[in-house]
Every structure is written in structure tokens, then in C-alpha cells.
Write a protein that binds this ligand. Structure first.
Ligand code: UT7
Length: 331
């Protein structure tokens, strides 16, 4: 049987940095409030002509190179994003495939907000383990700044842009296999994180723009509470179901939305600080890109080596959530 393995990682952030001090000049906020409530100091912002697929392409090229592959070796491209190049059509994956110079392979997007990378990983695993595909590029790419309302202090201080990419390949080596993935959703909380305008519920109109419905909205405090509870349960189940102990995990790499959420979940399950990967301070919340960007950060810092077991977890709009137990099978 073919197993799915996590072969390589890459990430990219646009050059421009938006600091808390910059935001103090735009909205009624302070470096102290943002740091204390979220742990965020900086976020990267894409240029006016830079799209999610542009960021994704840079991350993908790094991941391909580290896997010793070229785009021609790919059987499938999956992009997770809530800030794709276009509203619904064409998919960002199709645009990315074109930018990578590949055609005649399937390319599609998955929409699961901040859990998007884990949904994409689970899709790639299923295709590989069914024997249908061998080499899949999965990308989390976000140009969220284009959907952020910079007059709304409750959201604009949180989000940033960036992309992360991974190559998932078939392997016969059971030690390399992605051990387990759990994904889930609960639509009863659909209004906790929402971009209300532009879809078939509120098609594009002057009303939509006047009411600023084309921007992301979040019920931050309510989301916070559900996130901590849900993620703690999810991660505890993942560890229990796989008969491992926390000592077996080299790195705990959660979605980077808020330092307090990460710390609360980490403390509840008993993760040590040296197992924790934190990038929220320098990148802010980059939704579907946050986990692969954090994996890349650990990799480039020399904290992630071949065979190291990663525990990933994410939570986001939908609501969606998920976790994954993944050995790093790259070099
Ligand atoms: O990535 C997908 C999942 N997303 C998340 O998991 C995010 C979850 N939520 C959070 O991270 C936090 O809820 C926030 C960082 C968004 C907010 O932190 P909080 O501790 O939950 O604050 P709050 O929303 O309860 O607001 C507290 C106060 C309010 O003022 P009053 O009503 O107490 O007078 C807000 O108006 O802070 C005020 N406030 C701000 N003050 C300064 C809200 N935003 C700001 C701001 N600067 N940027």
C-alpha cells in the first residue's frame, strides 16, 4: 500500500511590514493592547499588484526545490485560501498552475478558512492512499490585507499576508506516513468569522460596499472561547487515538491566530515551550497560510529534522477545525 508522506516545505512573505506602531496611526489602538491581547507585533502586507497566487508561487518553488522536484512532476495542485485571486472563478489553484507552467493536471481550491491547510493535507493524503496520485502540491496562500477593513480596529490589527507550500508524496516506507488527520466543522457558528458580501446571499452592489460587507468580520471573543475548547479536545483525542505521549512529539505547530489561544491549548494538554512553534508575533494571523509558514519557520531555524513528529492544529471560519500527526519526511 502507498502511504502519504510530508516531503518538503516552503514559505514566502511579501516585503512590506505593517507594525503595531503603524496601526496606531490608522485606528484607535495601541501596541500595548495588540501585544497583550494577541501577541502580534508585525504582519507582512502584499503589494498592490501581488495576489494570493503570486505569494503561493514563491512558496511552491521553494517546496519543489527542497523536494528535488519540478512542477512537471506534480499530479495535482490544491490551494487553501480565503483571499484568492478571484471571487470563486477561476480557482487560485488554476492560476497558480499556470504561473508554475503546468497544465492538464487537476487543480482546485479548498475553502476551510484557517483550517484550510489541514483540509488540503487530508485531501492530498486521501488521493495518495487511494492510489490515484503520487505527487501533490498543497499551498496555503493569503492576501488577506485586500479583505481587511482598515477602519475596523477589531480585525485590522490581527491579519497579515503570506504563503506556505508543501509537497506530499507517495511512499512505501510506513515510518514516513502521515499518521493521522482529523477534520471537522460546525456551521451553527457560521457568523463568527464571515465575509458577508459578494456571494449569492449579498451579491456585489453599492449596498454591499457602502455597508462594508465585502470585508472580513469576526466575533473575536466568542471565537476565542470556542477555539480554546475545541482545539484542546481535538488535540487530546489525536494523541490518545494514536497511542502516543506528548514526549513523542517534537514540535507542536498550531494555527497562529492569537498567542493566548496557543498558550491556553498548549498548557491544557501539557506541551513544553521547547515543543511550541510561535510565529504570530512576526506574521500575525495568515489564515490558511499560517501553519505551513510556521512549519517553514521551524525548518529554517533548524528545529525540524527528518523523522521529527509534528502535531498540527487549526481552527477557523465555518467554523472548521482539525489536527494532524505528521512526521517530517524531507531532508
Ligand atoms: O483565525 C481564525 C480564528 N480566530 C481566532 O481564533 C481569533 C479569536 N479571538 C481573538 O484572538 C481575540 O478575541 C481578539 C484578539 C480578537 C480580541 O481579544 P479579546 O480579549 O477577546 O478582546 P474583546 O474582543 O473582548 O475586546 C475587549 C475590549 C473591547 O472594549 P470594551 O468593550 O471592553 O470597552 C474592545 O472594543 O478591547 C476593545 N478593542 C480594542 N482596543 C484597542 C477591540 N479591538 C481593539 C483594538 N485596540 N485593536
Amino acid at each position: 500500500m502507498a502511504y502519504a508522506s510530508f516531503r518538503s516545505i516552503g514559505a514566502y512573505v511579501p516585503e512590506k511590514i505593517l507594525t503595531n506602531q503603524d496601526l496606531e496611526k490608522i485606528v484607535d489602538t495601541s501596541d500595548e493592547w495588540i501585544t497583550k491581547r494577541s501577541g502580534i507585533k508585525n504582519r507582512h502586507i502584499s503589494a498592490d499588484d501581488q495576489t494570493a497566487s503570486d505569494l503561493g508561487k514563491e512558496a511552491a518553488l521553494i517546496a519543489l526545490k527542497r523536494a528535488g522536484m519540478t512542477a512537471e512532476d506534480l499530479d495535482m495542485i490544491i490551494v487553501a485560501s480565503i483571499s484568492g485571486d478571484y471571487l470563486f472563478m477561476p480557482s487560485t489553484a488554476c492560476v497558480l498552475a499556470d504561473k508554475l507552467g503546468v497544465k492538464n493536471i487537476p487543480a482546485f481550491d479548498v475553502l476551510a478558512a484557517c483550517t484550510g491547510f489541514i483540509y488540503a493535507l487530508s485531501t492530498a493524503k486521501a488521493y495518495i492512499e487511494s492510489g490515484m496520485m503520487k505527487n501533490i502540491l498543497i499551498v496555503g496562500a493569503e492576501a488577506l490585507s485586500k479583505f481587511v477593513d482598515y477602519s475596523d480596529r477589531t480585525t485590522c490589527v490581527l491579519f497579515g499576508d503570506g504563503a506556505g507550500a508543501a509537497i506530499i508524496t507517495a511512499t512505501d516506507n510506513a515510518d514516513e506516513r502521515i499518521r493521522d488527520i482529523h477534520i471537522s466543522a460546525d456551521g451553527t457558528y457560521q457568523d463568527f468569522l464571515i465575509t458577508p458580501g459578494g456571494g449569492s446571499k449579498h451579491p456585489c452592489s453599492a449596498y454591499v460596499t457602502d455597508e462594508r460587507l465585502h470585508f472580513m468580520k469576526m466575533k473575536g471573543n466568542e471565537t476565542f472561547k470556542v477555539a480554546v475548547r475545541t482545539l484542546t479536545n481535538d488535540v487530546e483525542e489525536m494523541v490518545k487515538n494514536n497511542n502516543i505521549t506528548l514526549d513523542d512529539i517534537k514540535l507542536f505547530i498550531p494555527h497562529q491566530a492569537n498567542y493566548r489561544i496557543i498558550k491556553a491549548v498548549g498548557d491544557a494538554i501539557g506541551i513544553r515551550d521547547d515543543q511550541l512553534v510561535l510565529t504570530v508575533d512576526k506574521f500575525g494571523n495568515t489564515s490558511a497560510a499560517s501553519i505551513p509558514m510556521a512549519i517553514n519557520d521551524a525548518y529554517e531555524a533548524g528545529r525540524l529534522k527528518t523523522g521529527d513528529l509534528m502535531l498540527l492544529d487549526a481552527f477557523g471560519g465555518g467554523l472548521t477545525w482539525g489536527s494532524a500527526l505528521v512526521p517530517y519526511a524531507g531532508k
